[in-house]
Write a protein that binds this ligand. Structure first.
Ligand SMILES: Cc1cc2nc3c(=O)[nH]c(=O)nc-3n(C[C@H](O)[C@H](O)[C@H](O)COP(=O)(O)OP(=O)(O)OC[C@H]3O[C@@H](n4cnc5c(N)ncnc54)[C@H](O)[C@@H]3O)c2cc1C
Length: 288
């Protein structure tokens, strides 16, 4: 019987396990991971550099950057925020640096530093990491003497007093949670680039600039009948022309803030790009 089992060997699973083990060294803790390796996403994060956190120290400001969950995150950010994250890594010999735009990376500029930190800390604190172990079922068992979770996995059944799910966007786990009576808000894509088939950008992939981009109201205006006013969402920042359309923060921010709106447009919408925000030099693009 474990005291705590954490399902999912990603950033969330390791960060949680390490904090629990530090606070309660007496507990028997395990991380269950379905893959052959743990922390795969951390490895590729931030273009291989891992953008660990952002230099925003005011909880209210920090929460305001979350398109959904701003209200819910405010309380937790008052308990644990950017300063605590920086301290967590500093305590373990990892210094983070702040880039011009506020993003914070390890000074090594390598996500492996973060992966190594998590895995060596887990080892040091006696956290068991069980790989190639897919969780397939969860059952809450009540007996006269104790209550516990019975976890069905691809290899064996595991019992634990406390269960923490850090499985990211795994729909099978969401289905298990639904069976247990939880409600799952249907997810939609976020942080995606825009597909644009347009001769004007066919020959310039790789070109990067700073622009202001707005999504136009699909309900008021159909694709070719637009006025400048009908913006429903806009953002400003670096914009990259890609082989398939447009990317970079100006676009990614729109896809995050507009995740539900763009889904309601069935991902067929028009954007307006102002290429020189201070002067106003704009044109229109159909996205899909
Ligand atoms: C290309 C890319 C770059 C990114 N860059 C950054 C960045 O620089 N900074 C940043 O903050 N974020 C970045 N992100 C986002 C960040 O990687 C994720 O938000 C974060 O890794 C999510 O961590 P997690 O632990 O919640 O989920 P995950 O990393 O998805 O971990 C979940 C784990 O659970 C395991 N699992 C799932 N189901 C089961 C099961 N049934 N049984 C057992 N195990 C299971 C999975 O195999 C996985 O290892 C990036 C994402 C991508 C894709």
């Amino acid at each position: 019987m474990y005291d705590v089992v954490i399902v999912g060997g990603g950033a969330a699973g390791f960060y949680a396990a390490i904090h629990i083990a530090e606070d309660r060294p007496d507990l028997k803790i395990a991380i269950l991971e379905r893959g052959k390796e743990v922390l795969n996403k951390v490895k590729v994060s931030g273009g291989g550099r891992c953008n660990v956190t952002h230099a925003e120290f005011n909880p209210k400001e920090l929460a305001s950057n979350y398109p959904r969950g701003e209200k819910e995150l405010l309380g937790p950010f008052h308990n644990y925020a950017t300063g605590d994250t920086i301290h967590f890594f500093e305590k373990r010999g990892i210094t983070l640096k702040i880039e011009e735009d506020g993003r914070m990376f390890p000074i090594s500029d390598s996500s492996q530093t973060i992966v190594d930190c998590f895995t060596s800390e887990a080892r040091r604190l006696g956290i068991e990491t069980i790989k190639i172990c897919t969780v397939t079922g969860l059952e809450f068992v009540t007996t006269k003497s104790e209550d516990y979770w019975k976890i069905a996995t691809s290899n064996k059944s595991i019992n634990t007093k406390r269960l923490l799910l850090c499985t990211g966007s795994n729909t099978k786990i969401w289905n298990l949670l639904t069976e247990l009576g939880h409600t799952i808000v249907p997810p939609v894509p976020s942080l995606f680039t825009f597909n644009i088939k347009d001769n004007r950008i066919n020959n310039i992939p790789g070109l990067s600039t700073y622009a202001e981009v707005s999504v136009l109201d699909n309900k008021k205006h159909f694709r070719d009948n637009l006025t400048m006013q009908d913006e429903v969402l806009s953002s400003e920042g670096p914009l990259l022309i890609t082989h398939w359309g447009m990317s970079d923060p100006a676009i990614l921010k729109l896809s995050a803030w507009g995740a539900r709106l763009l889904e309601s447009y069935n991902y067929q919408f028009k954007i307006k790009v102002n290429w020189v925000p201070n002067i106003i030099l704009m044109d229109y693009w159909n996205c899909s």
